[in-house]
Write a protein that binds this ligand. Structure first.
Ligand code: GLV
Length: 293
C-alpha cells in the first residue's frame, strides 16, 4: 500500500488545504477526515482538534504536524508519545497575529473609541497625554510573540517579555515568578502568546491580576486555559483591570450563559486572531512530508 497523508481537521473546512496537497503531491493519497478508508497507509498526519483515538488507527505513522502554532491537542494525545511532532507557523500566521494585537493596542493607545464617542457630541478635545510611550509586555516570546513584539517595537512602543529561559536582543526578557510580576506590573498592555502547559494553566489568576496596572489591558491570543475566567470577571467588574480582549476560551464556542458576554470592558472574538493560510500551510506540509525518511 502506498504511503498516504491524513488531514484530521475538525473545527473548520479543510477542502482547500486538501486540494493544495493533492496538487503538490499528485502521487500521494490525501485522506480527509472523517473519510479515512485506509488508516494503515497513513505515514503523516495533519492534526487540528483531532477526535481522541483517531491517531491510534494509524499504525504506520512516522510523524505528525499541528495545522497551526498550538500543539496542546497533540500534547494531550498519548498515542503520539515518541512520534516526531511539528507545528506550522507560516509568515501569514505571524502577520495576522501581529495585525490583531496591533488593532487592539492601537485603538486603545490612540483613543479610537474616545474620539468616536466625542464626535457624537461635537467635542473637539485632545485625549492623548504627553509622556513615555506605552509598554507592551509579552507573556511568551516564541515565533508568534517575537514577531508581534518586533512589530510593536517598530511602531515605537516599549516592549518587554516573560519567557521560561530565553533571552532576546531586542526585547528585555524576565523569568520566574518575580519576572512575571515585573512584566505584568510595568506593562500597559499584557499580551498572552505562550504555549498551554500544566505550568501555564491559569497563569492569569487572582494573584497575577492584582499585579496589573489599573489602566492596563489584557490581550489573550494564546489559549483560553491561560486565564481564570472568574478571576478575570472579578478584575473587570471591580475596577482592578481596565479592559481585556479575549480571542480564546476554555470552552469554545464560549457558552451562552457565560457572564463574560455581558461585560462592556471586554472584547470577545471567536478564535480568529490568526487562522492558518491554506496555501502556505500546504507548502509547509509538503516540505515536512518530503523530509520523512
Ligand atoms: C491557533 O490557535 C493556532 O494555534 O495556530
Amino acid at each position: 500500500m502506498k504511503p498516504s497523508i491524513a488531514v484530521v481537521v475538525t473545527d473548520r473546512d479543510s477542502d482547500e488545504l486538501c486540494e493544495q496537497l493533492k496538487l503538490a503531491l499528485p502521487g500521494v493519497k490525501i485522506q480527509q477526515w472523517p473519510h479515512i478508508d485506509e488508516p494503515e497507509s497513513v505515514v503523516f498526519a495533519v492534526l487540528w482538534q483531532h477526535p481522541p483515538g483517531t491517531t491510534a488507527s494509524f499504525p504506520n505513522l512516522k510523524a505528525v504536524t499541528s495545522l497551526g502554532a498550538g500543539t496542546d491537542h497533540m500534547d494531550a494525545d498519548p498515542v503520539l508519545i515518541g512520534v516526531p511532532q511539528h507545528r506550522i507557523v507560516t509568515d501569514s500566521l505571524k502577520q495576522l497575529m501581529a495585525q490583531y494585537v496591533l488593532l487592539y493596542v492601537l485603538s486603545e493607545a490612540r483613543h479610537q473609541l474616545g474620539y468616536y464617542t466625542q464626535q457624537h457630541s461635537k467635542t473637539w478635545q485632545v485625549l492623548e497625554q504627553a509622556g513615555e510611550p506605552k509598554t507592551i509586555g509579552f507573556i511568551g516570546l516564541g515565533a508568534l510573540g517575537g514577531f508581534c513584539a518586533d512589530r510593536c517595537a517598530d511602531l515605537g512602543f516599549n516592549t518587554m517579555a516573560w519567557t521560561e529561559q530565553s533571552k532576546h536582543e531586542r526585547h528585555p526578557c524576565f523569568h520566574g515568578d518575580t519576572g512575571l510580576m515585573k512584566v505584568i506590573s510595568e506593562s500597559d498592555f499584557v499580551v498572552l502568546l505562550l504555549p498551554m502547559t500544566e505550568h501555564t494553566h491559569h497563569i492569569i489568576n487572582s494573584k497575577t491580576l492584582s499585579w496589573f496596572k489599573k489602566e492596563a489591558v489584557l490581550i489573550n491570543v494564546a489559549r483560553g486555559g491561560h486565564v481564570d475566567p472568574e478571576a478575570l470577571h472579578h478584575a473587570l467588574t471591580s475596577g482592578q483591570l481596565k479592559s481585556a480582549v479575549l480571542d480564546v476560551f476554555e470552552q469554545e464556542p464560549l457558552p451562552q450563559d457565560s457572564p463574560l458576554w455581558a461585560l462592556d470592558n471586554l472584547i470577545i472574538t471567536p478564535h480568529i486572531s490568526a487562522r492558518s493560510d491554506n496555501l502556505q500551510t500546504a507548502e509547509a506540509v509538503v516540505a515536512l512530508f518530503k523530509a520523512l525518511d
